[in-house]
Design a binder for this molecule. Structure first.
Ligand SMILES: Nc1nc2c(ncn2[C@@H]2O[C@H](COP(=O)(O)OP(=O)(O)OP(=O)(O)O)[C@@H](O)[C@H]2O)c(=O)[nH]1
Ligand SMILES: [Mg+2]
Length: 197
């Protein structure tokens, strides 16, 4: 599977269900984390201009492994399974959490974790936990508030300010995004370029 986007080819590389299945750490990588159904896979599709390369679903819990995409033979994008979906059994959620944590802690080439939140929703405990944990581990983190198209500009700014306060981030250090309208895509691309340097 490949696609030509902005002059860069994007390939699906592999789906890893364990650390042993991760591809060799040959390129810098950016991981995408967030609650189940928040729009992680849609965001990646928009980012690389490719509808359907990353599987999107109306059913939460669609992404169940670490999905690797190679962009321009320069860097990996990693789509992570979502957290906090009640209908995924507790033991499976625990298993995903252990896999994601050990991946985030041990991957030497990880440059940034994009933490995706729904701009319409209040900050959830699990989101706060993840951002706190990343800070503790000194893993760079970029919050992205998605589904902005579902709100008016005024509501976007109001809700984003609440999320900023809850996470302890300045407005300049996060991005408002929409996978539908493309809002925030250029900002996200240039922010990721900085992390990849
Ligand atoms: N309006 C709108 N809908 C969106 C946006 N992003 C995602 N969606 C919708 O939200 C649903 C979930 O999107 P996914 O991209 O599959 O979400 P995910 O976080 O990858 O979900 P899991 O893999 O299950 O954790 C789909 O129905 C998408 O079409 C957005 O920016 N705007
Ligand atoms: Mg997904």
């Amino acid at each position: 599977m490949s696609d030509q986007t902005s002059g860069e080819e994007v390939f699906f590389v592999t789906s890893a269900h364990s650390l042993a299945q991760l591809p060799a750490a040959l390129y810098p990588e950016i991981a995408f984390a967030g609650r189940s159904n928040v729009g992680k896979s849609s965001l990646i599709n928009k980012l690389i201009n490719r509808h359907g390369l990353v599987k999107v679903s109306a059913t939460p819990g669609k992404t169940r492994s670490l999905n690797y995409f190679l962009v321009g033979e320069r860097y990996y994008l990693v789509d992570l399974p979502g957290y906090g979906f009640a209908r995924v059994p507790k033991d499976i959620q625990q298993q995903w959490r252990r896999l994601i944590e050990s991946y985030l802690e041990s991957r030497p080439t990880l440059k940034c974790v994009v933490v995706i939140l729904d701009v319409r929703h209040q900050l959830k405990e699990k989101d706060r936990e993840l951002v706190g944990w990343l800070r503790e581990k000194n893993i760079p983190c970029l919050p992205v508030y998605t589904k902005a198209d579902k709100l008016s500009r005024n509501e976007q700014y109001k809700n984003a300010a609440l999320l900023d306060a809850g996470l302890g981030f300045a407005a300049a250090d996060r991005i408002l995004f929409s996978a539908k309208s493309g809002q925030g895509r250029d900002s996200l691309r240039s922010a990721l370029d900085q992390f990849l340097r």
